[in-house]
Write a protein that binds this ligand. Structure first.
Ligand SMILES: [Cu+2]
Length: 106
């Protein structure tokens, strides 16, 4: 019985801690992947350019901008406000994607 209680307490503690995650958006063949990407407030997103061509990850609302990423460059941004973030590549404006930031897990 005591062991069960300890186990249940640990489960609750684990579920209650909102550990920030780091997710990756791969830029490959002139596409952002995955999109849409759903994350939580406090999570980080690392953009990785796998193309032999420079790209940017730039929010339409200017809330983030990777600037130019050359081949194999990475850039990380922490999302601190919930919302739907539409972004694109300034060098290839037809490259568009979405990150949805949900409120933090309680
Ligand atoms: Cu591009």
């Amino acid at each position: 019985m005591n062991k069960l209680l300890v186990f249940l307490s640990l489960m609750l503690l684990t579920a209650g801690s909102a550990a920030a995650a780091t997710r990756t958006v791969d830029i490959r063949n002139f596409k952002f992947n995955p999109t849409p990407l759903r994350i939580h407030v406090g999570d980080s997103v690392t953009f990785v350019n796998h193309d032999n061509e420079a790209h940017t990850a730039t929010a339409y609302d200017k809330s983030f901008d990777s600037q130019g990423l050359d081949s194999n460059d990475k850039w990380t941004h922490v999302f601190r406000k919930p919302g739907t973030y539409r972004y694109f590549c300034q060098l290839h404006p037809y490259m568009k994607a979405i990150i949805i930031v949900l409120p933090s897990k309680m």
